[in-house]
Design a protein around this ligand. Structure first.
Ligand SMILES: *Cc1c(COP(=O)(O)O)cnc(C)c1O
Length: 379
């Protein structure tokens, strides 16, 4: 029985060796010495790299501590998402995507359809994807979803999909493996962007796929080699280094997000407040059942009266950067509608809570709301 805080500092770290560092530095190599036949763990840099191997071992230990698993890391979350979809689906197959998932899924859909793959969509909330499973080859789940923070019952959907012969992938970006373990909830793939909370410093793009099935892992690895969507050794090393603080960050950020959500709950100009950790949130009951140890993620979403109000709010914040992405140590927030890809109101804010003191952050947010509201009342 090892706790997450203990597991993360040791994950993927090689056995101690005299005069060697705990986490060996990045290996920069396009090719490796290769005597004789073209076999060995490291041959050419597009196939494998020791820095990736250590990181992949580490992520596998976090996503699947109780059963052996394979992890394949990628240049970005989208490279990982694409690897699962395009390595598994062929012309004539059907796939079920969430209608409210990551903003690039519509572009992915268009590409899948151009290859003769049938794409069905249904909302995350209410396990609505259940209705679209008949004859599907793959079910894609995003829970909690970004940016709407809807949650579905992963185990229920996975069992229904498996009963119909479909594979199940879960985008675990928002929760991180410390907040949710999709493979323990019967999914075949846990897929994530490591760019967000996993690495947490806003300085690395990365993605990964974890599966317990060797044949599925081989297909995903072959896809990576084929399209060359490989992580750089420096990025992989930075990601591995960041894992040591993952438990600290996830706990602090989840606590801060819940505190912020509670502070916003009764604010007269805040509507549509969502955070899966809020006991009053429609997603809370399902989230509490399948997410781990009260770690509901660092994102809070809410809607301000209009676009101008939201812009004044963002402008008035001192401790929070107006920036996209989420999961970083520094709080960020953005008016999500500026991208045009999500079905959200003009005043919709996606707020990512960093590791600042929650009391400081809440004071800054309430003050900025006050400033934004005052300007509105006195033109
Ligand atoms: C950011 C994100 C992705 C894409 O990851 P990148 O690293 O930006 O390519 C995929 N899914 C979700 C839920 C995300 O938030």
């Amino acid at each position: 029985m090892t706790g997450d805080g203990t597991r993360v500092v040791r994950a993927g770290i090689p056995k101690a060796a005299a005069y060697e560092p705990a986490l060996p530095g990045p290996v920069f190599a396009a090719h490796f010495h290769l005597p004789g036949d073209a076999i060995g763990p490291y041959t050419y840099g597009r196939e494998a790299n020791p820095t990736w191997t250590r990181l992949e071992t580490a992520i596998g230990e976090l996503e699947s501590p109780d059963a052996p698993a394979h992890t394949i890391t990628f240049a970005s979350g989208m490279a990982a998402v694409a690897a699962v979809l395009f390595s598994q689906l062929r012309a004539g197959d059907a796939v079920v995507l969430p209608s409210d998932g990551y903003q690039l899924l519509p572009a992915v859909r268009e590409r899948l359809e151009s290859y003769g793959i049938e794409v069905r969509t249904a909302p995350t909330a209410g396990d609505a994807q259940l209705e679209a499973l008949d004859g599907a080859r793959l079910l894609w789940i995003e829970s909690p979803s970004n940016p709407g923070l809807e949650v579905c019952d992963i185990r229920r959907l996975a069992r229904a999909a498996h009963a119909r012969g479909a594979l199940v992938a879960v985008d675990n970006t928002l929760a991180t493996p410390l907040g949710q373990r999709p493979l323990d909830l019967d999914a075949d793939f846990s897929v994530a962007s490591g760019t967000k909370a996993l690495t947490g410093h806003g300085d690395v793009l990365l993605g990964y796929v974890t599966t317990r099935d060797t044949a599925l892992a081989d297909a995903v690895r072959t896809w990576r080699k084929t399209v060359g969507a490989i992580p750089g050794p420096m990025e992989a090393w930075l990601a591995h280094r960041s894992l040591a603080t993952l438990a600290l960050r996830v706990r602090q950020q989840a606590a801060g997000a819940l505190a912020l959500a509670e502070a916003l709950r009764d604010h007269p100009e805040v509507t549509g407040l969502r955070h899966p950790g809020l006991p009053s949130d429609p997603a809370h009951e399902t989230a509490a059942r399948q997410m781990r140890e009260g770690r509901f993620g660092c994102v809070v979403s809410f809607t301000l009266p209009d676009r101008a109000y939201a812009e004044r709010f963002l402008e008035a914040l001192d401790l929070v950067d107006d920036a996209t992405s989420f999961g970083g140590v520094r709080s960020t927030a953005e008016r999500r509608g500026r991208w045009g890809g999500d079905a959200v109101p003009e005043g919709f804010i996606r707020f990512s809570v960093g590791v600042e003191e929650p009391a400081d952050l809440i004071a800054d947010v309430l003050r900025a709301l006050d400033t934004a509201g005052r300007k509105r009342r006195s033109p």
